[in-house]
Design a protein around this ligand. Sequence first.
Ligand SMILES: Cc1cc2nc3c(=O)[nH]c(=O)nc-3n(C[C@H](O)[C@H](O)[C@H](O)COP(=O)(O)OP(=O)(O)OC[C@H]3O[C@@H](n4cnc5c(N)ncnc54)[C@H](O)[C@@H]3O)c2cc1C
Length: 337
Amino acid sequence: MIRVFENTDICSRNSFKVHQQAAKIIEFDSNDELSQIFAEHIHGEWMVMGGANNILFTTDIATPIIVPCNKDIEVISEGSEQVIIRVGAGLEWDELVEWCVARELWGLENLSLIPGKVGASPVQNIGAYGAEAKDCITAVEMYFPEQNNFITLAAEHCNFGYRESVFKHTLKGRVIITAVIFHLSKVANPRLGYGDVEREVESRGGATLRNIREAVCAIRRAKLPDTAVTGNAGSFFKNPIVDSAVAQVLLAHYPQMPHYPTAEPDKVKLAAGWLIDQCGLKGYSEGNVGVHDRQALVLINTTGEATGSEVIAFAGKVQQRVKEKFGITIEMEVNIV
Ligand SMILES: Cc1cc2nc3c(=O)[nH]c(=O)nc-3n(C[C@H](O)[C@H](O)[C@H](O)COP(=O)(O)OP(=O)(O)OC[C@H]3O[C@@H](n4cnc5c(N)ncnc54)[C@H](O)[C@@H]3O)c2cc1C
């Protein structure tokens, strides 16, 4: 079914809770409806939105916003060690994680409680606690309006990286992801080496899938603001990846600076939250925007009245302070519209 909403305030549809008007929001349930949507409602530019947990709206939106709502989970194949599933783009990500954990399927448990829809998960290759969506993605199915056809892109062609994929580059604004195909494992593979996960898991009695999911949820609830209460978009900035030589110079000044190896031997990942905290900005606010007091990587809508432009201006000041103190540029992770 196709549902069209005209001249709507998108405040309740975006996690930062900014007020902007959307000229047209088009929800659809079935892939068959996409050609009809493009024939009847799209006469130029368009955009796709999931739960808008990673979009900051800075202006009213004149272009139609397409929202996939297919929530189906279909088992494609099941072997003794692996299960392959196809999941509709409109399913809540955390419902998928719960579905897997309830069936003793390993792979997504460290990504518990990340807000958003399944269709957005490949876009920035969501990641947390030492896991990334790409670890379990086999392929991504999408509609390609330019040719009015559907294509399936194997994971090796998605150019997945740290919060990166082809969907943020050459395919940005050109495809609508309709489903994601995941491979999950029946063989236990606990990944506990990140942050407090191991301690939280042990305190729950050991590395079962359920305990890992509950541990990750508990850690996230303690650290991150609840979007239902305080508008935010999770990590506002990416963790910067710098040359090892740059990291060495910084470590000589700040021996306690967190730093992590990357896939490239001469590159090191730093913690943007730590850099912001060292600038004395944790808990700092101006006007309607602030830095969260438990996680400096998160910017929040402190009063509920912030506009997107205010958030961008505040983010610019945070970037500038980090640049002045450390000489490092921290990039925004959030999509600005
Ligand atoms: C409290 C909080 C915590 C968070 N924690 C994490 C975290 O730990 N790790 C992490 O990686 N992210 C995190 N995020 C960011 C966010 O949850 C993810 O980016 C998530 O994937 C966004 O899903 P969404 O459905 O809300 O996507 P949206 O915000 O609606 O869209 C994000 C981008 O994807 C595009 N897009 C969405 N759906 C489709 C589709 N079907 N086809 C094509 N393009 C599409 C949009 O156009 C947009 O560019 C957090 C956010 C919040 C608010």
